[in-house]
Ligand binder design. Structure first.
Ligand SMILES: Nc1ncnc2c1ncn2[C@@H]1O[C@H](COP(=O)(O)OP(=O)(O)O)[C@@H](O)[C@H]1O
Ligand SMILES: [Mg+2]
Length: 509
């Protein structure tokens, strides 16, 4: 009873905040609420409402969530990867939610670190900067130098954040339960499912040892890699609420000017971004799922530096195989196959019509394939695909959504560095390497894929030969009528087919 009362009070505050940001309309329109709840929302709107029609609905909701604190910021982030639930537009706006809060006092940060590590701060660090480098809803980061002379970054959990989460998660669970039980039609939004994802994400973010473990696993996967540096964890100075990481000194990736000034080629960096993502997702099945600008830096030697390992995605072999086969089928225009792999993976119920599904695949694939290769966005293709799969009764695969969202982010970052980036050119080395590594011990595979590999190796040479006749100074791709016969495009399509076919062959074994 007392808990109910507490939840109701908190709900009141939430309703008021949503009204002030003019964000109640979304709930009224999109949720099949009972009459009483509707009246309640209308009352809030009348009492506290402001009009902010210059902003999109999603922006208004994001602003309200930002004000409502850490748990709502996370809720917004969880919903931003669930366009299947909230729609594309809303998901995109929630993805822009700024996770920034005013910093907490340095003295507090120092005492948290000392308490967590069980020693006075000056026994742990030779110096500890008072001004944080960043402050977000869950944690803030201070630079420091350890007593043994290492330059580090120390991530410190915000005081009280665990309690705030616990309180709000209890409220969310209470609401989800009530909603699913009492409001017909709301179960479509799977509120309890959303709360469960939220709980899982938060559990990782509230225990920095888990983030440290994620960083450590990724670092192991990328030891001596020529494309990326993952900073080392200082486990002796890491506990639940404080994490010490080797400091990186790279250029923020959004600073294109500084990248150029450092003598680096932004296009090469863009290629790296894509390669690094693919190595994680394809080769390791373990990927950084928050690869936005703020978490990426460029080292002096051009390698990428990653920070922030709070959100990671995992793909098992079956899923990677599905992705490779499905993309392969799409990019070679084999719509029937594209449909079949969904059924084979068990994603779409067996009683659905494969041909109708193939037709739906064609309807999203053809418009995309008709465009120049450097304009094809795999992330968007997946987004559209997941939209149609839903109508065929495909159970939402949340790990695929996370992968898709990350692909969109990665493509966005790469394109901001190089507007003409060709995703497939950037991807090729990873796929080839992966093939080589996996070929060695498997004679059988070598036979199956050897000829494809030979073609792949000769592609640059073939490309050169094809390019020459078109050397009249006019790019064939610029003329829409010539597009279909452009030899480079034909080559690229062949390349796509070869790569994806090879990939599928390998994954199948
Ligand atoms: N190892 C590091 N070296 C240098 N700067 C870092 C390091 N880790 C974090 N930072 C800085 O702190 C910011 C916030 O850290 P991050 O781990 O991304 O926290 P959040 O989860 O709050 O986004 C980063 O964007 C970066 O500027
Ligand atoms: Mg970050």
């Amino acid at each position: 009873m007392l808990t109910d009362l507490r939840h109701l009070l908190r709900l009141f505050a939430i309703g008021r905040c949503l009204a002030r940001h003019d964000a109640l309309g979304i709930l009224q329109r999109d949720l099949p609420l009972p009459a009483a709840a509707r009246t309640g929302l209308g009352l809030f709107q009348a009492l506290f409402g402001r009009r902010r029609r210059n902003l999109r609905e999603g922006e208004r909701l994001a602003a309200a969530f930002g004000e409502l604190g850490p748990s709502f910021i996370k809720l917004g982030q969880v919903l931003s990867v669930r366009p299947d639930l909230v729609g594309e537009a809303l998901a995109a706006d929630l993805g822009q939610l700024r996770d920034r809060l005013p910093p907490f006092a340095a003295a507090t940060a120092r005492s948290i670190v000392a308490a967590e590590l069980g020693r006075p701060l000056d026994e742990i660090y030779a110096s500890f900067d008072d001004t944080p480098v960043a402050a977000a809803s869950v944690a803030q980061v201070h630079f420091a130098e350890t007593t043994d002379g290492q330059l580090v970054a120390v991530k410190v959990l915000r005081p009280g954040v665990a309690d705030a989460f616990a309180r709000d998660l209890e409220l969310f669970a209470w609401l989800a339960e009530a909603a699913e039980r009492q409001v017909a039609g709301l179960d479509r939004l799977r509120p309890r499912d959303v709360v469960a994802s939220l709980r899982a994400w938060v559990a990782i973010e509230l225990d920095l040892r888990l983030e440290a473990a994620a960083a450590s696993e990724l670092r192991d996967n990328f030891r001596d890699d020529e494309d990326v540096i993952v900073p080392a964890i200082d486990w002796q100075r890491t506990a639940r609420r404080a994490m010490t990481v080797q400091r990186i000194a790279g250029i923020p990736i959004e600073d294109r000017g500084a990248i150029i000034a450092a003598g680096l080629d932004p296009a090469a960096v863009a290629d790296r971004v894509i390669r690094v993502f693919l190595k994680q997702a394809l080769r390791d099945g373990y990927f950084h799922a928050d690869m936005h600008h703020g978490n990426l830096f460029v080292a002096a030697d051009g390698r990428l530096e990653l920070v922030d390992f709070g959100i990671m995605g995992r793909l098992d072999m079956k899923t990677r195989r599905f992705m490779a086969e499905m993309l392969g089928a799409f990019l070679t225009g084999n719509w029937r196959r594209a449909a079949e792999v969904h059924f084979e993976a068990g994603y779409v119920p067996a009683d659905r019509d494969v041909d109708a599904f193939a037709q739906a695949c064609r309807s999203i694939g053809e418009p995309i394939l008709g465009r120049p290769v450097d304009e094809i966005s795999i992330g968007r293709l997946l987004a559209q695909l997941f939209q149609i799969t839903e109508t065929f009764g495909m159970q939402t695969q949340t790990h695929l959504l996370l992968l898709q969202k990350t692909m969109v982010t990665v493509e966005g970052v790469a394109r901001s560095l190089d507007p003409n980036i060709n995703f497939w050119e950037a991807a090729r080395p990873v796929i080839e390497d992966w093939a080589r590594d996996n070929l060695g011990p498997e004679a059988l595979l070598r036979d199956a894929a050897g000829s494809l590999l030979r073609i792949l190796r000769r592609l640059p040479e073939i490309a050169e030969r094809l390019e020459k006749p078109a050397g009249d100074g006019i790019s064939p791709a610029a003329s829409p009528t010539a597009r279909g016969r452009d030899p480079i495009r034909v080559l690229q399509t062949a390349l796509l087919a070869a790569i994806t076919g090879l990939l599928a062959t390998l994954l199948l074994h």
